[in-house]
Design a protein around this ligand. Structure first.
Ligand code: DC
Length: 225
């Protein structure tokens, strides 16, 4: 038995988190949404009126941050911040904050600790490249921009936000640009990652594809829970 790490990277709206969550529950292992860390810090910086150039204060928030993943909910000190974290205000700011190198180091350190608790599925932008370069399985999701925006719009509806599609396309395009061009750990496919284009796939197919790929080289009984 051993801890295995499954990394799912890719831009927003490609279906990483829903796939990751279902895959993890099918394998009986933990699922970690790494973007939740960047979003939670962004949310806290907004409500505490901290500016983007107040790097020490932002790093301080990051160092003290403790998130708990409780099923669908992301809990910060026992408060459910799942909805607040996904507001357009947070989405529009999060990539700017995610460019801060020392902040990325603090979060990366926290993310690596999850491996001590057992096998895991983690989704994000730099999981297969930086957080777990030795991950046992690496997937990189892509999708057509209009499909991504429509999925994002539905996610937002589920959280009680109504946002026009053109605003979402705009937000995603801007975020992609910043995430892919930032100096430190930009969003990119690890050379050894398997690319999965989810444009025409349904969630069950995505989960199935990853599940079967994993079970081709690992026995279920060998995966430490
Ligand atoms: O996965 P998400 O859309 O919730 O991520 C929000 C932002 O957080 C993303 O646009 C950039 C940042 N992020 C990151 O830089 N590295 C990660 N591993 C995860 C997220």
């Amino acid at each position: 038995m051993r801890n295995i790490v499954i990394a799912i990277d890719g831009p927003a709206g490609t279906g990483k988190s829903v796939t990751g969550k279902l895959l993890a529950s099918k394998l009986g292992i933990q699922y970690i949404d790494s973007g939740a860390y960047y979003r939670a810090i962004t949310y806290l910086s907004i409500i505490n009126h901290i500016k983007l150039n107040e790097i020490n204060k932002i790093n301080e928030i990051a160092r003290n941050l403790k998130l708990n993943f409780d099923g669908e909910n992301i809990m910060l000190n026992n408060v459910n911040i799942s909805k607040e974290m996904r507001s357009l205000e947070v989405s529009n700011r999060v990539s700017l904050l995610a460019k801060i190198k020392p902040l990325r180091e603090i979060i990366t350190e926290k993310l690596r600790h999850y491996k001590e608790n057992g096998s895991l599925v983690m989704d994000g932008k730099d999981i297969g490249t930086v957080v777990f370069p030795d991950a046992d399985f690496k997937f990189f999701f892509t999708s057509d921009i209009n499909v991504r925006a429509a999925r994002r719009q539905q996610d937002l509806v589920d959280y009680g936000y109504r946002v026009q599609i053109d605003k979402i396309v705009n937000e995603i395009n801007k975020r992609d640009e910043i995430d892919m061009t930032r100096e430190d750990s930009p969003l990119q496919k690890a050379t050894d990652a398997i690319e999965v284009d989810t444009t025409f796939m349904i969630i069950e197919e995505q989960v199935d594809l990853l599940y079967k790929t994993i079970l081709q080289s690992v026995n279920l009984e060998d995966i430490k829970k």
